[in-house]
Design a protein around this ligand. Structure first.
Ligand code: SF4
Length: 60
């Protein structure tokens, strides 16, 4: 089973300046109504994890 990114919203600062978001080649980290979420295009590559300064992203 393919893993996908999961954002812990209790840890995430939910900034639209998210560095992890800028490094996702699939544009899978999105904002809507001020909320961050992972969309269906996430392929579980894990690149976003090292770019999150809050360590809010995990693969599950
Ligand atoms: S795991 Fe890869 S595809 Fe999924 S959100 Fe992170 S960088 Fe994007």
């Amino acid at each position: 089973m393919i893993k996908r990114a999961y954002i812990d919203l209790e840890v995430c600062s939910q900034s639209d300046d998210c560095s992890a978001r800028q490094h996702c080649a699939k544009e899978a980290i999105n904002f809507e109504d001020g909320k961050i979420y992972i969309n269906q295009y996430c392929n579980g590559c894990g690149k976003c994890i090292k770019h999150c300064s809050n360590r809010a992203i995990k693969l599950v």
